[in-house]
Design a protein. Structure first.
Length: 625
């Protein structure tokens, strides 16, 4: 296996904290790896060092000279004046830079430069670059190519950044939380794309299904050291438990020996001075080993929510529209105590609008809601917390409550913080020094410390590490109030939700009796016929400069491509027609739900392939005469 990345003896201190200490690892061609660690332990810092944005205190990082590296940051930078298409062209990859130079040479009528760059355009297959950009953007559900990026939602901006990265076709992808803010169907598309491609990958993500289905290797950053597991997330969980059990056993053994050695060390100095120096050294080694057992950090909370009466929230025929578009249409429902509902739907389908109407932050256009007298809302919003950055972590909590009701006992603010994975040394750290994930966790605590009995969590999983997600899941499962969650984390929704509200973006809300995986299996089994509309015809790609007496002719490779497409289109059209016939009830044998799902997926693939080939054929036919 060709080595793409070598990291040797990397050490870095952030203030008085050491994030990693002498870590060494390598990533080879085709390896799909994930980096897992708690928030604030250096995941993004390590990625920034690998991409040259930060420098380590010591150690070296070496990439293979023959590969192209692409980096998707957690919060990508955008020029707000750019359109979507301009932003993708402005991503700084070799093809985009060559096209820009070629167009500048055309504008300046620089014949020598035009000839030189024409060969370069051929070598990079850059003539249809704009069409390829539009195809990828369309696959990511971005179709308004002339829209300003400043007007896009967070999820749309993430998709534009992802398109800019993928169109550059790097050999090695580094992704920092790639699934944050993405719709569930886009996450599934990206998952399938990465799983099937030959791209080498290193990513940070909390999406456990994504980890399980894409990754071949897991690197865990724990207690300043890096541990390597050759397998997916499920394998990692199993082997991590084995490592921790072995570490505890070794620490227990060291503690037993330490008690004996402590007796010896406590004897009179005169007696100890006559003993061998090696035994004194061994005592201090044992003392260090006895401290190495992994910390137990489980929640195991039994918080009592405030009493919730029989009436929770009753909804009667509510509707809401914006700018003539109906998001919620005549929706009625009565929530029950201890009910746990997941809300799913594409970005912009009205999920947050529905939450805001439930809490009274937004009035419906029609219909009304009745809230029970005992209901106390706890609303975790996507936009996060606004806190004085000069305050310490514990001050943020004590400003709300000095003590927390935890069932049969009360907890101090410090105990509450420890339960939610803020150790003592973090209590007096200023908010300004917290990582993004630590800020989100602190924000979550400001909601829970108020002891609500109706929790509404809008994208609570973004930026939280996997350990915190496990803690939050256990808390919600034991929570005796009502819960609504909106999340793109499929694992989280599957574990918590008893049923789903599925928003179609046109006002309709379907109440599905199951979790997200069950809904996905059901929806794939429904017969679907793709719309016959074709994508917008792309603007002409940059063309060679034509002489007045001669127009551009197809290159040899283009001529072969043209002939191949002409042969393939009839085959695809025939297969598409056959699938349509089968799904319409004309199959030779009755279709099972699994077969219907398979045919529906094949229909989508064949239609997209045929449309792309028709577009390419039209483009090439202009020069085929």
């Amino acid at each position: 296996m060709l080595n793409y990345l070598s990291v040797e003896n990397l050490t870095y201190d952030w203030g008085e904290f050491r994030l990693f200490d002498n870590i060494t690892f390598g990533i080879g061609e085709g390896q799909k790896s994930a980096l897992i660690a708690r928030n604030g332990t250096g995941k993004t810092t390590l990625l920034n060092m690998l991409t040259g944005r930060m420098q380590p205190d010591s150690g070296r990082i070496v990439f293979n000279d023959d590969i192209r590296v692409g980096y998707l940051e957690q919060s990508p930078y955008f020029n707000n004046e750019n359109t979507v298409l301009q932003q993708v062209f402005d991503c700084g990859n070799e093809v985009a830079d060559t096209i820009r130079d070629y167009e500048a040479a055309l504008f300046a009528n620089n014949t020598d430069q035009i000839l030189k760059l024409t060969d370069r355009m051929d070598a990079l297959n850059a003539w249809d670059y704009e069409q390829r950009i539009k195809q990828i953007l369309s696959q990511l559900h971005i179709n308004a190519f002339d829209q300003r990026v400043a007007t896009l939602s967070g999820g749309q901006q993430k998709r534009v950044a992802l398109a800019a990265l993928l169109i550059s076709e790097p050999n090695f992808l580094i992704l920092d939380e790639p699934t944050n803010h993405l719709d569930l169907d886009i996450i599934e598309w990206l998952e399938e794309y990465l799983r099937r491609s030959n791209i080498t990958l290193l990513m940070v993500t909390h999406d456990r299904y994504f980890l399980d289905r894409v990754c071949t290797d897991i690197y865990e950053l724990d207690n300043k050291q890096l541990y390597h597991y050759e397998g997916n997330y499920s394998y990692f969980i199993e082997k991590k438990q084995e490592r921790q059990d072995a570490s505890r056993a070794e620490a227990d053994k060291a503690r037993n020996l330490l008690r004996k050695e402590q007796d010896w060390m406590n004897r009179q100095p005169q007696a100890r001075a006559t003993k061998a120096q090696y035994r004194i050294d061994a005592y201090y080694d044992l003392k260090e080993k006895a401290k190495t057992a992994p910390e137990e950090r489980s929640l195991n909370l039994q918080f009592e929510a405030q009493r919730l009466g029989r009436k929770v929230v009753d909804i009667y025929g509510i509707s809401k529209s914006f700018d003539g578009r109906c998001l919620i249409n005549d929706f009625s429902y009565k929530f029950a105590p201890r009910e746990k509902v997941g809300i799913v739907g594409a970005n912009g389908s009205g999920k947050t609008t529905l939450l805001n109407m439930i809490t009274g932050a937004l009035a419906p256009d029609n219909g009304h809601l009745e809230v029970g007298d005992t209901v106390v809302f706890g609303y975790y919003r996507q936009e996060g917390i606004v806190v004085d950055d000069s305050k310490t972590v514990i001050e943020v909590i004590t400003d709300i409550a000095e003590q927390v009701n935890a069932g049969i006992k009360t907890m101090t603010a410090a105990q509450f913080l420890r339960y939610f994975l803020f150790p003592n040394e973090m209590h007096h750290v200023q908010v300004s020094k917290l990582s993004g994930g630590e800020r989100k966790r602190l924000y979550l605590l400001t909601i829970l410390v108020r002891n609500p009995n109706f929790l509404i969590l809008d994208e609570p999983t973004n930026d939280l590490d996997i350990l915190t997600l496990n803690v939050l899941e256990e808390y919600l499962l034991s929570f005796n109030g009502t819960v609504i969650i909106v999340s793109h984390d499929r694992f989280f929704v599957d574990k918590i939700a008893q049923h789903l509200f599925v928003l179609n973006g046109e006002g309709g809300i379907k109440d599905f009796p199951g979790n997200y995986s069950e809904y996905l299996a059901w929806s794939k089994a429904q017969p679907k016929v793709a719309p016959q509309t074709k994508p917008e015809a792309p603007k002409p790609a940059p063309q060679r400069q034509r002489q007045s007496s001669d127009r551009r002719r197809l290159t040899f490779a283009e001529r072969k491509e043209f002939e191949r497409i002409e042969a393939e289109m009839p085959v695809l059209a025939e297969r598409k027609q056959q699938i349509e016939s089968d799904l319409s009830g004309n199959a030779a044998e009755p279709l099972t739900p699994q077969r219907i799902a398979e045919l529906s997926e094949e229909y989508q693939r064949v239609s997209a392939d045929l449309d792309a080939k028709e577009m390419r054929w039209l483009e090439l036919s202009e020069f085929a005469g």
